[in-house]
Design a protein around this ligand. Structure first.
Ligand code: FRU
Length: 818
């Protein structure tokens, strides 16, 4: 029994083939004709097919006959006529491989197909009849085609229709439309291009147009092909888009026919009714069809160039590997942008039940370029929902870093007696006269919880003409002086401004020249007060990030100062040369804290950009670049009589634990390392280690490939470190493969390590957050082994816990396609 019979034109496509030595255009003779191509595509995939058509008693007719036969198509019903020559079509290809046609069919042999040529018995017993509209342009082929269609309908044979409109072959557009309508009354499967859909329905909206057709003609499956973008389908109760494959097309002839051949092959293979297909089945069939269509465009001609199942499957596998590779470092615990570039967190604010995270974003590329504010919203600081871009560059320039506040009392006057969000950010452009970079501060406001933003008419609100670096304002309400305070950086120092309305600002003080580290330009300040332990005392913390400097292997990083803020300026508690680093890893920069976290909660939560300007534009992350650290709670504690910052991930992160294993009192020696086998890329590890023996201890996170991340402690040097020199992909920048760490004193001969491992990063917290190390890593495979070992003597693991973690994306491990 035949699977598919195709009825309609077979013809020769003459495709351009360069110029002769004499400079004349040459054409290559390619057997074709849409229904014939579909039949050839199907038989190439293994379906049993036959063709019903007519060719001329000429060389071209014989060629078509032979080619169909050698493509595996049954030609018993392809007959010869001397009433006309074989139909010819000259194809003209433009630079993209797109076609236009000149037809030689006045008349052509294919139009002489008679009803008596139609093998009704074979049609009755096949599984599907495929037809187009071109065999309807002239009699007697029109009646012959109708006869075949009516027979198939009567016998319950599946009918597949591709209008394949060529207006040049019709008397009029109206005639074409009427005949296409006739066909659609019988079609179970309809394949149309976007242009065809808009001609038939009058709308270029594929969703609307296909719905109209489905309702009017009760077509079970409608597919709209969208060239390299893929296709859109509508079937009983569901519809959707299935992405296509990008290839270098050299001839798009036959792409639609290959598509339809592949689709029909899959539909028949599946055997379930079109009405019962799930969206997964649809998407896998149409992916197959998209790949088949893409492949045929990489070759000249159609009928003889149809792809095989192996070729199509290979292409799908190759593309899905590419996709996997593009997203294999997509973090499962950390925030990352939906696509493209992200740097600093901005505008962190808690408002009416949601945490907002804005961030420096370039939505059109994966390197730093004109900055926008991306936006995401969370209820728990762990799961983030991407929101539309909040701020776009405008006539004042790109949108650099800044903050958000809740203007509870409408002190700005922008909210008509209510409250709302105000973003205070840096507008960055070029000074029209000096051609130097210019950075000025501006406002935007939102009355609908951050969805729609309006730039303030009076922007910019703060400009200092003599400053080139003048950016990243952080604003907070200072109750003692009953005014807003802005801390902002100006190259080598921080400045403080005050305002009662957020629109007019006056300078109140400066801090920082000669204080702390100046190894890079000062950026992204923050200023807040925190209690010191539970002494009842409090101190002010001034956070300052410092940019990359070519002479500094550390690249960009963040320092902080402890002191007082008197409402006008900051006073450092420590000597000017005393430097405090927030994080001793290489990838925690531009961190700032959330404003307006309610008092009952009382936490001061910081998040940083988990990258480093040294190599941020080069990291091998594929379709996106730049993630955030875990959000961390900041606290102050007294250590050796001075006050220092501690940090730990927010407790909400614990909800990601999915399985835990514990060990107690494990003695580790070089001969008997502790080894736990697993296959995980999201982990939390907690280790209490007794290092009184003075031995260096390593926690190695080893993948099935060659990558290994080592977190170690050397009790002699009192040094906690990460070694990422063999951590997987490291060769994108010479500074990336390195070992680095921090001075850390053990407490009573013990250290406590808490480690979060993600697909793109590791975060290490020691002694309850007294020391933090945050590093990007790009392992070649998930972690297969956690190994605790020593260099020579023994150490004791007082306790060790390993938690496997769920991804913040759903379903686990699979990226949501946005
Ligand atoms: C810090 C920074 C900021 C600036 C922003 C530009 O990483 O350089 O100072 O506002 O990035 O994207």
């Amino acid at each position: 029994m035949l699977d598919v019979i195709a009825i309609g034109e077979v013809l020769i496509d003459f495709t351009p083939a360069g110029r002769s030595a004499g400079g004349n255009e040459q054409f290559e003779c390619n057997p074709g004709g849409a229904p014939a191509n579909v039949a050839a595509a199907l038989s190439r995939l293994g379906s049993r097919t036959a063709m019903i058509s007519k060719v001329g008693e000429d060389q071209f007719g014989s060629l078509l006959h032979r080619t169909l036969l050698s493509s595996g198509v049954d030609v018993s019903d392809v007959s010869f006529t001397n009433e006309a020559n074989t139909t010819l079509a000259f194809v003209h290809l433009d630079d993209q491989g797109d076609r236009s046609f000149s037809f030689f069919r006045k008349p052509g042999a294919d139009t002489f197909l008679h009803s008596k040529d139609v093998p009704l018995g074979r049609i009755e017993t096949c599984k599907a009849l495929h037809f187009g509209s071109l065999s309807m342009t002239h009699e007697p082929a029109r009646t012959a085609t109708r006869t075949a269609v009516l027979k198939a309908k009567e016998a319950g044979v599946l009918l597949s229709f591709d209008p394949n409109i060529r207006f040049a072959l019709w008397e009029s557009k109206e005639e074409a439309r009427q005949n296409i309508y006739w066909c659609m009354n019988y079609a179970d499967i309809l394949k149309v291009s976007e242009e065809e859909l808009s001609f038939i329905t009058g709308t270029s909206d594929v969703e609307k147009g296909s719905l109209e057709l489905q309702q009017q003609f009760e077509i079970a499956l409608i597919v709209v092909t969208l060239a390299e973008k893929g296709c859109y389908y509508r079937v009983a109760g569901q519809d959707g888009y299935v992405p296509g494959f990008k290839v270098k097309a050299i001839d798009t002839t036959g792409a639609g026919d290959a598509f339809l051949g592949c689709l029909l092959h899959k539909v028949l293979e599946n055997e379930s009714s079109l009405h019962d297909l799930t969206s997964q089945q649809m998407s896998s069939m149409l992916t197959f069809a998209n790949a088949g269509a893409a492949l045929v465009t990489t070759r000249k001609g159609a009928l003889g160039s149809m792809p095989t199942t192996d070729e199509i499957n290979q292409m799908i596998e190759f593309e899905s590997n590419k996709q996997f590779n593009a997203d294999r470092f997509r973090p499962g615990l950390h925030f990352s942008p939906p696509s493209n570039w992200a740097n600093d967190p901005n505008g962190l604010v808690y408002y009416e039940g949601s945490y907002h995270l804005f961030y420096q974003h370039h939505p059109f590329g994966s390197k730093w370029a004109p900055m926008h504010w991306g936006h995401a919203v969370s209820q728990d600081l762990v799961h983030w929902e991407h929101a539309p871009i909040a701020l776009f560059p405008d006539e004042h320039g790109a949108i650099f870093s800044g903050c958000c506040v809740v203007d509870w009392n409408n002190s700005s006057g922008l909210f008509e007696d209510s409250h709302g969000l105000i973003a205070i950010f840096t507008h960055a452009d070029i000074h029209p006269e000096t051609r130097q970079p210019r950075q000025r501060q501006s406002l935007a406001y939102s009355s609908d919880k951050g969805q729609i933003w309006h730039k303030y008419d009076g922007n910019p609100v703060l400009a200092e003409d003599d400053l080139i670096d003048f950016r990243d304002p952080k604003v907070f309400w200072h109750p003692q002086s009953e005014r807003w305070v802005m801390v902002i950086v100006a190259g080598d120092h921080a400045r403080f401004y005050a305002s009662t309305n957020l629109r007019e600002w006056s300078l109140t003080g400066e801090f920082g020249k000669g204080e702390g580290s100046h190894e890079g330009v000062w950026e992204c300040p923050d200023l807040f007060e925190l209690p010191v332990d539970d002494t009842g005392n409090s101190k002010w913390v001034l956070i300052i990030s410092i940019g990359d400097h070519p002479d500094c292997p550390e690249g960009s990083r963040t320092q902080y100062f402890i002191g007082e803020f008197d409402g006008n300026t900051f006073i450092n508690d420590n000597p000017a040369d005393h430097i405090l680093w927030q994080d001793y890893g290489r990838d925690n920069y531009a961190g700032v804290t959330w404003s307006d976290i309610p008092e009952q909660d009382g936490r001061r939560v910081i998040i940083g950009w988990m990258s480093n300007w040294k190599y941020a534009n080069e990291t091998p992350t594929g379709s996106w670049r730049g993630a955030m650290t875990l959000p961390r709670v900041l606290s102050l504690t007294s250590e050796d009589e001075s006050v220092v910052l501690t940090q730990m991930p927010v407790r909400e992160i614990q909800q990601l634990r999915k399985g835990s294993v514990n060990w107690k009192e494990v003695t580790v020696t070089p001969e008997t390392p502790f080894i736990k086998k697993m296959n995980e890329d999201l982990l939390e590890i907690e280790a209490d280690i007794d290092i009184r023996s003075g031995e260096e201890v390593h926690i190695g996170l080893k993948s099935s490939g060659l990558s290994e991340i080592v977190i170690g402690y050397d009790p002699v040097q009192q040094w906690l470190f990460i070694d990422r020199s063999k951590s997987g992909v490291t060769d994108f920048h010479p500074s990336f493969a390195c070992k680095h760490g921090a001075k850390m004193v053990a407490k009573n001969g013990k250290i406590k390590l808490q480690i979060w491992l993600d697909r793109n990063a590791v975060e290490v917290y020691a002694n309850n957050g007294l020391v933090a190390l945050t590093d990007q890593i790009f392992p070649d495979a998930p972690i297969e082994k956690v190994e605790v070992s020593t260099q020579s003597g023994q150490v004791v693991l007082d306790s060790l816990q390993i938690h496997t973690l769920k991804s913040i994306h759903i379903p686990d491990g699979v990226l949501e396609q946005k």
